[in-house]
Design a protein. Structure first.
Length: 301
C-alpha cells in the first residue's frame, strides 16, 4: 500500500516537472545552436562586388539637431542627402551632451561599455593599419579623441579661413581619413536659442564650409573614391541640451559618395555609435569585437 502511494506521488510530481524540464532543455539546445550566429544584417547584406573607399571625410557639427534640418537653408547637405543615404532620426546617447556623444561616435560603443582606458577608436584602427588620418577640431576636448601618433591634429574655427585651411590640407596630403569637428551651431543655440534665426543662419554658413571642403576633394582628384559622412553629437531646444527628448537626441546622419545608395532614407533605428563601425566597413577596416555599434550595411550600393 505504501509503495503504491509513493509511486502515485512520484508520478504526480513528474507530471509537473517534465514539461518544465523539456522546455528548459529546448531553450538550452536552441541557445547553444545559435551561438556564433550573427544577425543577417551583419553578414548577408554585404554586396559581393563591394570595393572599399580609398578616402573618407567625416564632418561633424556640434549641436546640429535632426529636427532642424527640414527648414534649414543647406543646399550642399540636402544635395548629398538626395544623392546619398540619410536619416534625421539617429539617436544620441544620454546625456545628450558633447563628450559622451563624440566619444561614442568615434569609439563605436556607448560610454557604459567603454570601461577600459585604451578602448579602440577608429583612429586606433587607422594607426594599426598604417593609414593616414587628420583631425581638425574646434572644441578643446576633441583633442582627446586620439593620440598624437594616431592622427595629425589641427585646431580650427567655424569660418571660411579654417575651411580653406582644411581644403589646402586635403589637396596637398590626400589623407585616407579626414575628421572635421566644428563647434557650431551649438554656440549659436546656447546664445540665441535652438531654432532661432541666428541658429539657422549658422547652419547656412556651415553648409558653405562643407561645400568648400567638398570642392577641395574634387580638386585633389580623389572625389570618385571618397565617402562623405555628415553628422552631429546632439541637438537642443531653448538655450540648452542634455534632455531625453527628440529635439535634444535626434541627430542627422548623411552618407554620400563611393559605394553608397542614392536617395536612400534609412528607416531602421540608428544609434550614434553605429557611425564608426559603418565608416570602418566602408574603408575595408576590420571591426574590433569591443565595438557594439552595428554596420549600416543597408546603405551599401
Amino acid at each position: 500500500m505504501f509503495f503504491l502511494l509513493l509511486m502515485k506521488n512520484i508520478n504526480r510530481k513528474l507530471k509537473l516537472i517534465l514539461p518544465s524540464l523539456f522546455f528548459s532543455i529546448l531553450i538550452i539546445f536552441f541557445t547553444k545552436s545559435c551561438v556564433g550566429i550573427k544577425p543577417a544584417l551583419q553578414t548577408e547584406q554585404i554586396p559581393k562586388n563591394f570595393v572599399p573607399a580609398k578616402h573618407l571625410v567625416f564632418i561633424g557639427l556640434d549641436g546640429w539637431g535632426g529636427v532642424y534640418v527640414p527648414k534649414a537653408n543647406m543646399p550642399t547637405v540636402k544635395r548629398m542627402m538626395s544623392k546619398g543615404a540619410w536619416s534625421l532620426d539617429a539617436q544620441s546617447v544620454m546625456p545628450s551632451s558633447s563628450w559622451p556623444n563624440w566619444s561614442s561616435l568615434f569609439c563605436g560603443a556607448p560610454p557604459e561599455q567603454r570601461s577600459r582606458e585604451n578602448f579602440p577608436s577608429i583612429f586606433t584602427l587607422l594607426e594599426n593599419s598604417g593609414q593616414t588620418a587628420v583631425l581638425f577640431y574646434e572644441w578643446d576636448e576633441m583633442e582627446k579623441l586620439c593620440s598624437d601618433s594616431a592622427a595629425e591634429k589641427q585646431e580650427i574655427l567655424t569660418n571660411v579661413e579654417s575651411a580653406k585651411k582644411i581644403a589646402a590640407y586635403i589637396k596637398e596630403q590626400k589623407p585616407f581619413f579626414t575628421a572635421v569637428a566644428f563647434d557650431e551651431p551649438d554656440q549659436a543655440g546656447h546664445s540665441n536659442n535652438w531654432g532661432s534665426k541666428a541658429y539657422y543662419a549658422k547652419l547656412k554658413e556651415l553648409d558653405i564650409l562643407i561645400a568648400v571642403i567638398e570642392q577641395a576633394v574634387k580638386e585633389a582628384g580623389i572625389y570618385d573614391d571618397t565617402v562623405f559622412v555628415l553628422s552631429a553629437d546632439h541637438g537642443g531646444s531653448g538655450f540648452g541640451h542634455g534632455l531625453d527628448n527628440p529635439n535634444h537626441r535626434k541627430i542627422p546622419i548623411v552618407f554620400y559618395g563611393k559605394g553608397i545608395k542614392k536617395g536612400f532614407r534609412i528607416l531602421s533605428p540608428i544609434d550614434i555609435y553605429d557611425i564608426t563601425p559603418t565608416m570602418a566597413a566602408l574603408l575595408g577596416l576590420d571591426i574590433p569585437p569591443e565595438w557594439t555599434g552595428r554596420v549600416l550595411y543597408e546603405i551599401f550600393k
